[in-house]
Design a protein around this ligand. Sequence first.
Ligand code: BGC
Length: 744
Amino acid sequence: MKKLKDFAFIVVLNSVVLFGFHAQENPIDKKVQDLIAKMTLEEKVGQLFQVSGEEVTGPRGEKINITEYIKAGKVGSCLNIYGTKNVMRVQKAAIESSRLKIPLLFGLDVIHGYKTVFPAPIALASSWDPEIVRKAQKIAAKEMSSSGVMWTFTPMLDIARDPRWGRVVESFGEDPYLVSVMGRVSVEAFQGESFDKKDSVMATAKHYVGYGAVQAGREYYTVDISKRTLWEIYMPPFKAAVDTHVASVMPAFTTVNGVPMSANKELVNDVLREKWRFQGITVSDWNAIHELINHGVAENGADAAVQGINAGVDIDMVGGDYMNNLAALVKDNKVPVALVDKAVARILKKKFELGLFDNPYKYCDSEKEKEELLSSANREAAREIARESIVLLKNDNNILPLKMKDIKSVAVVGSLAESKRDIIGPWCGIGSEKDTISVLDAIKDVIPRGTVLNYQKGSEIEDNNESLVNAAVNAASKSDIIIAVLGESSEMSGEAASRSSIEIPEAQKTLLKWLSITGKPIVLVLMNGRPLDLSWEDKHIPAILETWFPGTEGGNAIADILFGKHNPSAKLPITFPKSLGQVPIAYNHLMCGRPATTETVTQKYVSKYLDIDNEPLYPFGYGLTYTAFSYSPIYLDKKEIKIGESLAASVVIKNTGKVDGKEVVQLYIRDMLASVARPIMDLKDFKKVSIKSGDSVKISFTITSDHLKFYNKDMEEIIEPGTFEVYIGTNSRDYQKESFKVVK
Ligand code: BGC
């Protein structure tokens, strides 16, 4: 058993050397130290305090005038203040009236677009196209950076495996590799090549770590993760973001091993900073330091402040415990001033790197703001990105795209069809429904002249009545086809939006059942922020399109797909279960002692349910297209490699359908025999390719040591010799298979 420790040692050594070199040579470090030398303790603490909007909650809950605080040098950064005019006004107070004229940072949750709203992150991940994600985040960076904001609290890198959890919508899904890839391109897109650029802004990897593991999907609830699961599943996206030099990291609200992340020295200081050499800022989640009291681990605000700063949390977002207590704690020798200085240094360094000391108004450019926000180019990109993010789940008899020459009348049903607010989803920057294209608008726009369009709401999101349903059924009965736009409102997912049911809300489901009784063909267009239980729909509805929350141009993108202007190619970044009873469910579960295979499933003592099979409704990586692809067997250039060597695995994919299309080719690997139980498969790589109708393309993957290593019993990363299976396919269920050996 050869360990990769030597290799790991060299990597760490290199980064220490590099780090040391930078620390000595970097002129910014000197400027930072010079400035710190001039600061009073109160001014230092001010840098660690972040305020929201223009009011601050004071020690006794009273509202404080933020401008006075800024003038006194008691604020280091703001969130939720945006727009050139507002930012300039607030920045002016720091620059013109504070003693040391230290510029403020302005941050905002730019989660899926600033003014032009892109599909929600779960939808962006569905594109399985890093360049599409990069494009969306780059435009978001351009828009926000012209509007005063230089710091986004995105990407959210939490692994999401429980559809009840509302924040699934903000995630890139269930798989550590896919989330890492999408996280990395997001960081690169926001931060650009260097912070010198006017449209480079700071990104935040959040919520470090394990937030997605809240039990029963209940927001802010208990987390209990084994060390192995933490390191194999939840940590990799954060490591990838740190390796991409993400500027900031936000610890989660939740606990790991009983320790709330805002007080988790082991994971924040020891792992993030010391082991991974993270150089940026850590910012607490909203009031999370103060909430250490509610967690029952801090006695009061002062105790919370001690624990937060000791853990390595630099900025106290809105809570005020640092602001109220840190200076006194330092004076009483309860917190070493060196700890405060280090946190201040990290914040000042970013302000220097962003160029704010040279030009505090660098990101305030009202001309550019006017040009950039919601420009026609940005809207066009939003439409393209939305089209790439919509997953075709079902398409019996190729009912889609709609064959309009045979269709004389269309019924559009569902209140989401006309909703301009829900379609842009939760946490949509400063996006507005006024600027949004609804599904109904878009269909009206493209439906051929002479075709009758019958629109009926049929139901509210969570409420209906007989007359609404009757009107919809009447409209449906006199139409050739029904487009039912159903699902969740935007408030039904996002933060503090867990659900105990993952079905389409009952009012709309009832409507759908009535519509199906008409016998007319139905195309179900879904909007939702989480995997839904679509078992009934899958059985009764011929075509299902998962659009998530597709954004400002969502209506047009949906119409492009319905009417065949665009061939869908997105795939699910998260498993859709058959029922909530299967949750938690993820494709890469461990091998177990009594698996239910085709041979054993009828036996009693195997891993299964009595009332449902184990298979999900739609597996991870699944999604249909208007064409079809065939896969050749896998060709391996070597059947045996030594530890440290690599091999190539390739397949030839043919577009056997009538239209050009794109395919997401997925590579999974399974370690057949190891010293600890390994997953039945793990996504290791993927490629999205365009293939013209009738054409074939050869796709090759290089399998390296990185793809074969795992944590052994001592949590050391190693590769063990033995047999590995390789799967290349169209999703985690349908693939070609080969195997190779690794020898010493
Ligand atoms: C959320 C964070 C967000 C912060 C600031 C919190 O409630 O958990 O994701 O960045 O608020 O808006």
